[in-house]
Design a protein around this ligand. Structure first.
Ligand SMILES: *Cc1c(COP(=O)(O)O)cnc(C)c1O
Length: 428
């Protein structure tokens, strides 16, 4: 494939945008080469600036669960835009989408809308700290909760239980309040709680991790976390920015039948516009300003265009009783097809999958946490990525990302993808 115009556009972008991109993963640093510039997209396909057609397995990192330019969302946004795009005053549509979200998601009474998943997680942690009057939080290595300071933390050295910054600009003071645990390792979490008695406000987790590839919770990990949180008066925060309205109507809470105290949303809930949200029972949500003392605000929060897109998306997902089953079936078909082809070509691999989230690791070991995810062969992944791209299939430009299956994919598209894997496997 030819990427002449994309390369030229990237060179222009680099002059005025740091690294040429507004979010680092887009720069292809994990795989080499220069990023593809998108001209337009429809259904399961991206069309780039060189007029290549690519089957899209990223789907804006999740939001386009029903495909690109999904007509009801487009219509809702266009109609709203004609009536004014922002007021900084309440609008009826905010209540409409809130009512629908509360009816779809278990264990929440109220929901507050923000502009991104980052904002949702950041605000949820502030609320948890304010509500419990405790400062420390536990997060898991390899889980991503957006780019706010408290989450940009890596493990401290040796026996220290507290984290250290993993980006310049995050202060040691902030880092010391974030404790880092290993995903799927309940003993590790118990030890952290023991070492920090009565100091932990919340445990925040991706109930199915999606930012180190797809890593499912194992051996009732979520149920055990729930129990630990109850024993120690710790709030359990499910970061469902990726899993919410994707794994089921009620997200991972519904799929695993575990109740979280606070739930964060993003991605699908905005239908492709910038939306995040966090939600909980009344007792916790009423702790938020203007009812309660914990401050949180946003000039564009609840923006009418964003709410229109989100409402159209949630309405479609709520109406369609089969959509999550259909998505899971397509993902299973893809999983089986890719596994067969890789096995026939003797390529060492592990595939993880939950619902419509799937990741292919060039790794023999089971991928259960960040350490095992990092064992994958990155050179093989790079060759795989570029091979797939050259065969018209766009997967995430990093070995640590999940592929997101959209309902717009046909079984012909899936077969096309499996055939591309077969071609590329011969080059690995
Ligand atoms: C994408 C993501 C976020 C951050 O959302 P943004 O909208 O990019 O700020 C947070 N948590 C999880 C689990 C995510 O996948």
């Amino acid at each position: 494939m030819i990427y002449k115009r994309s390369s030229a556009l990237f060179a222009e972008a680099e002059k005025v945008i740091p690294g040429g991109v507004n979010s680092p993963v887009r720069a292809f640093k994990g795989v080499g080469g220069t990023p593809i510039f998108v001209k337009e997209a429809k259904g399961a396909y991206l069309f780039d600036e060189d007029d290549n057609r690519l089957i899209d397995y990223i789907n804006s990192w999740g939001p386009m669960i029903l495909g690109h330019a999904y007509q009801p969302v487009v219509d809702a946004v266009v109609e709203k835009a004609k009536k004014g795009t922002s007021f900084g005053m309440p609008t009826e549509i905010e209540t409409k989408i809130a009512e629908l979200a509360v009816s779809m998601v278990p264990n929440i009474d109220k929901i507050r809308f923000v502009n991104s998943g980052t904002e949702a997680c950041m605000s949820a942690v502030r609320l948890a700290r304010g509500y419990t009057k405790k400062d420390k939080i536990i997060k898991f290595a390899g889980c991503y909760h957006g780019h706010s300071d408290s989450f940009l933390i890596q493990a401290g050295s040796g026996a220290s239980t507290f984290g250290v910054p993993n980006s310049p600009g995050v202060t040691a003071g902030t880092a010391k309040d974030t404790l880092l645990a290993n995903y799927n390792d309940i003993e590790n979490v118990k030890a952290l709680i023991e070492a920090n008695k009565n100091e932990i406000a919340c445990i925040i987790i991706e109930p199915v991790a999606g930012n180190m590839g797809c890593v499912p919770p194992k051996n009732d990990f979520l149920a055990k976390l729930r129990l630990l949180c109850d024993e120690h008066d710790i709030l359990l925060i499910f970061d469902e920015v990726m899993t919410g309205f994707r794994l089921a109507k009620g997200g991972a809470q519904e799929l695993y039948n575990i109740k979280a105290d606070i739930v964060c949303f993003g991605k699908v809930i905005g239908g492709g516009l910038p939306v995040g949200a966090f939600a909980a029972k009344n007792e916790i949500m009423n702790y938020l300003a203007p009812l309660g003392p914990v401050y949180q605000a946003g000039t564009l929060s609840g923006n009418p265009l964003a709410m229109a897109a989100g409402l159209a998306m949630l309405t479609a997902l709520n109406k369609d009783g089969e959509v999550f089953k259909r998505l899971a079936n397509k993902t299973e078909y893809l999983h089986n097809g890719i596994a067969n082809v890789l096995n026939e070509n003797n390529i060492t691999h592990t595939i993880n999958r939950v619902g419509s989230m799937i990741s292919v690791h060039f790794d023999e070991a089971e991928v259960v946490d960040f350490k095992t995810a990092a064992l994958g062969n990155n050179e093989t992944f790079k060759t795989f990525f570029h091979g797939m791209l050259n065969n018209g299939v766009y997967i995430a430009p990093s070995a640590f990302e999940t592929w997101f299956i959209t309902d717009a994919l046909s079984y012909e598209d899936l077969d096309f993808t499996i055939a591309a894997v077969n071609k590329v496997a011969k080059t690995l």
